[in-house]
Design a protein around this ligand. Structure first.
Ligand code: AMP
Ligand code: MG
Length: 229
């Protein structure tokens, strides 16, 4: 596959580049783009065959769920069956930003995107290029770090090119990312007490300031949930 590489300044976004990426995503293609944490590899989250391309390109196990990226809160209604009060407070405080929330999914979200689970991970990133791309595509975007499984997560387009050139349709180079050099914090909000599944930039006490008690998931499954992807 030929990979198109295009640059844009995040402070002065080139909408031609963004629209080209959005068009590729609407056709079911793969686009790498900057998130505030790492470069992500994204596809249309509502199309099973598009999500499957992410796993294939990375060599990632297909039961390791992807995160669905949105650009506005209203879109959440299309993918989750219920928005608990705790989630509303957390979104209000931390979105856009490095907080991933786990909700019960709506039926139309394919199991290929959720790794076979009835829950779906959702996040609103703060990187201006990511937000512009999601908005321009008109889709919700399943994404994970744009590296071959078990390699380090890329913070520059150059690293994506070195590792994965030819495995995606387009790379949008928006400069270096990862000033926040931590993964997103993952919280399951489907129970009455929110449960912290992975600590990242946002800490347990930052969460507790907003929603009170947060439980910790420290067992084999938590180990599993932080495995490399
Ligand atoms: P990332 O490593 O940032 O691509 O985030 C993907 C990670 O989010 C997965 O490896 C899981 O650990 C976690 N995740 C995604 N969806 C779910 C879910 N429905 N339930 C629990 N954890 C999830
Ligand atoms: Mg990763």
């Amino acid at each position: 596959m030929k990979t198109i590489v295009k640059k844009t300044d995040p402070q002065n976004i080139d909408m031609d580049v963004i629209e080209e990426g959005g068009e590729i995503l609407r056709k079911g293609g793969l686009v790498a783009f900057p998130l505030e944490t790492v470069y992500g590899l994204g596809a249309d989250a509502m199309r099973a065959e598009a999500s499957l391309k992410i796993y294939a390109a990375k060599g990632r196990s297909s039961d390791n769920p992807l995160v669905v990226h949105i650009a506005d809160i209203e879109t959440l209604d299309d993918i989750v069956s219920e928005i608990p009060e705790s989630a509303k407070k957390l979104m209000q405080r931390f979105w856009p930003g490095p907080l991933t929330l786990i909700f019960n999914k709506k039926e139309n979200v394919p199991y290929e995107t959720t790794g076979g689970l009835d829950t779906v991970a959702v996040r609103m990133p703060s990187h201006p290029v990511a937000l512009a791309l999601i908005k321009s595509s008109g889709l919700v975007i399943a994404a994970t770090s744009a590296n071959t499984s078990y390699r380090p997560s890329p913070t520059k387009a150059k690293y994506v090119i070195d590792d994965m050139y030819g495995k995606m349709d387009m790379i949008i180079d928006g400069g270096t990312v990862g000033i926040i050099s931590l993964k997103s914090t993952i919280v399951n909000v489907t129970q009455s007490t929110p449960m912290l599944l992975r600590v990242g930039y946002i800490t347990k006490s930052m969460l507790e300031e907003i929603v009170g008690n947060v439980s910790l998931w420290i067992n084999e499954m938590a180990e599993d949930s932080v495995r490399n992807g």
